[in-house]
Ligand binder design. Sequence first.
Ligand SMILES: [Zn+2]
Length: 303
Amino acid sequence: MKRTLIAIALTFLAGNAFAAHGKLNVVTTTTDLASIAREIGGDFVDVTAVARGYQDPHFVEPKPSFLLLLKSADLLAVIGLDLEIGWLPPLIDQSRNGKIRLGSPGYLDVSRGVEILDRPSGAVNRSMGDVHPMGNPHYWLDPANAVRIGIQVERKLAELQPANAADFARRLNDFKQRMNEADQRWRAMLAPYKGAKIVTYHNSWPNFMRRYGLNVVDYVEPKPGVPPSPSHLFQLIQKIKDQKVKVIVMEPYFDHKTPQSVAERTGAKLIVLYPSVGGAKSGTDDYFQLFDTNIANLIEALQ
Ligand SMILES: [Zn+2]
């Protein structure tokens, strides 16, 4: 009995000593999660994102390098709501890393602690190609949800590396404060455009547009993940004309030909907004810059 206790104590001390000095290896599926994890983890973590910010996060082509990342991860943070369902589960399996399996302490699905829009009211229905069957997975595009993600990351890092818990808590507080200040600035900048009507290519922006009082009236895609049909485009063009929609927003990973032709036929302006950190070559290096750049682009188009 005594010997077991000593063994447990030694293991515990060894674990803590390692935690205090070794860096936690954090892997996130997206660059936005990586940016927030860096804010909270600081120098105590190494953070790498699997997907690039200029890729459609629904459809990431797996590469051998992804497996190497996952093999050495202490923590895997995911967006969830089926966003990564097309590419992540086989990678987790093949990594054979027990720490990051679903249900393990090193697996963190941050969708559990954020506000989700477009939740299905009835049974989940994946037919018809809708890639948002569990609700809208682009929830990170709202500073309030960025803070909620930060809170979950802070709790998880403190659990995995208790020796640095006070530092994570301090960094979270600092992040909250800077996020709040930036959000107030962004609100003030967009206030003159309250209620402006917008069409977006994919349904990536409901959290963002609601936060800043903008009104998405339709999408180029008839359903998330489904390419536009001629009949849908015909109706869309009518709607843009009838409702005098000024701006069509597209994500950087779609072909611009279709939205460009809709823009030409209606007089609306086509612009690119970046849904993720690293979506553009410059000006999207972290979560704050991403919003600065998107909001500047949006205001230029709405003026
Ligand atoms: Zn989507």
